[in-house]
Write a protein that binds this ligand. Sequence first.
Ligand code: KIV
Length: 270
Amino acid sequence: MTASSKITIRDFQSMKDDGEKITMISAYTFPIAKIIDKIGIDSILVGDSLGMTILGYENTLEVTIEDAIRHSQAVSRGVNRALIIGDMPFLSYGIKDKETVRNAGRLIQEGKCEAVKLEGGRERIEEIKEIKAIGIPVLGHIGLTPTYVNEFGGFKVQGKSVDAEKRLIEDAKMLEDAGAFAIVIESVPWKLGKIISQSISIPTIGIGAGQFCDGQVLVIDDIIGLTTSIKPKFVKQYADVTEVISKAVKDYKTEVKELRYPSDQYRYDD
Ligand code: KIV
């Protein structure tokens, strides 16, 4: 891809066809989106992980469509090139097809996203077809789907038994047939990530699904070391921003207490 052209779902497919890995990061705010876009990451997912990273919830279940729209708007203001994907939160789909389509539409119309993601395999087929029918590209998500945390009994690796593996391969094919433009595969053994990636012609985006997926996605807070809660095995931390912030805040506190800030340099004279 050239550094400046806007990324579309067609580019995702070309990258898979050409063997070029797709890069995606989950992010939620204007300044971070601006940095990510400038670096040339292909796509920003405004993930419902914002419930845990930004809002401090225990899981993603309390995130609302209003939260998702608000953060998508912030991200879109900082992005020129990356494909922006809005994550549909729990209860914004899965109840009535019409409501699902309206919520997907709101992420496009109000949130300024260019595609939406929703979790689930065979259960989502009709909804995906309905969303796609009004021109909204859909990213699927299978494996460890966080809104199913209570059903799974925690954030656990999926697809470990022969039956579970077979079911996930079938789900991926069904999502492809329903018209998804790509599929996120989360927390499955790498061999299964490879089999799924080779079994379908649309791109797979892995998160804890090994190196043979067509692309990778990670949460920005995990990459930069801002996450304080669970740290899954697949997370590679590239920086320690918690350390940087702690030092800055500590230095500020000390200087105020010791009357060193604000010094003459930081005051108005007239
Ligand atoms: O919510 C999210 O950020 C996600 C990604 C981790 C795939 O669903």
